[in-house]
Design a binder for this molecule. Sequence first.
Ligand SMILES: [Zn+2]
Length: 198
Amino acid sequence: MRNNTLIPRNLVMTLNECFYCGMKDPNFIQIQRLFGLKACDYHKASAIRDCNAYMHSMKMVKFEDAINNSKIAQFINYLQNKSDGFSILRSNGILEEGWILKPHVWYNPCLIGCVEDEWHILCHNKVKQLEKSVKISSFVDQVPIELINDTIATLNEGIYKNDYMLYNLYSNKDLSEEVPECEGIFTIPGTNIRIFNY
Ligand SMILES: [Zn+2]
């Protein structure tokens, strides 16, 4: 095993092998499209743990994980069960109808994020082809307050908290969490950008 833990990264132009042990034909564990870790069946659990720890520290929640959490699922289901969608307050001050939660798509799996201490959920307007990140607290007029409070409390607590604690427990601080590189390609330090180095 090369490392106990790894930090998720841009998967573009990385070796097609498990980042933990080098086994060929790995699974892709992705937080967003082509961002995550590659892992063999044996290390798949480690890759999920490390991706979850990353999402905990970045305050992001994937749709599939949100819907599998009983508290957050109640809030999501309540919004999704509104047959005509719901209203959101646009930045011009107008309350606009016809919005739904952004449908889950494989290339854009993150649904919930936290900006300036406010949890936001991704919404979509099919007619206008618009997407907007909406404060969960702003649904107070359309969703029972208990569902909103439970959801925000659950998000603040962190649904990936256990994996974050495990990541810190197993983290090899003396190693730099390096992943084997393809020849001639590297990630620009401090960024997520991968380039050829001629
Ligand atoms: Zn492996």
